[in-house]
Design a protein around this ligand. Structure first.
Ligand SMILES: [Zn+2]
Ligand SMILES: [Zn+2]
Length: 136
């Protein structure tokens, strides 16, 4: 199923020509800071399945709990975070699903970094939650 999305101002647009390989919610402090919210909602795609138009800005986030640098791509005009890339998986893009035009079919397969989650956030006990990164 083709999906489309983009940043708040519309300068960056994308199309995804595959279903996500994985979906999750990340509660780590860095995601909270970058998004300015309580967590990131993510969908993993092969980069080859994503087509971007417009210019992305990049913040290389090296101050992470795992020590891995996370490349955080965003719109330099309006600031919307679009996707993250982990150095160990350069072929993957972790799309920020709030930027999808249609978010109706997003369902989180798991939560990660629940150890850092904000106190008011209640997790569904039927969805696996990992204190740090998911295993594997
Ligand atoms: Zn924008
Ligand atoms: Zn995170």
């Amino acid at each position: 199923m083709a999906r489309s999305g983009g940043c708040l101002c519309g300068k960056v647009r994308y199309e995804a020509n595959a279903d996500p390989l994985m979906t999750g919610v990340c509660h780590c402090k860095n995601c909270q800071k970058q998004a300015g919210t309580a967590f990131s909602t993510l969908a993993a795609f092969q980069k080859a399945d994503l087509a971007f138009s417009g210019e992305l800005s990049l913040y290389e986030d090296s101050d992470t709990d795992t020590g891995n640098t996370v490349k955080r791509f965003f719109c330099g005009t309006c600031g919307s975070p679009l996707y993250s890339e982990i150095s160990a998986q350069p072929e993957m893009a972790y799309l920020k699903t709030g930027t999808l035009d249609d978010t109706d079919d997003f369902v989180a397969m798991f939560h990660c970094w629940s150890s850092a989650k904000q106190g008011w956030v209640e997790l569904n006990p039927d969805v696996p939650a990992f204190e740090q990164n998911p295993p594997g």
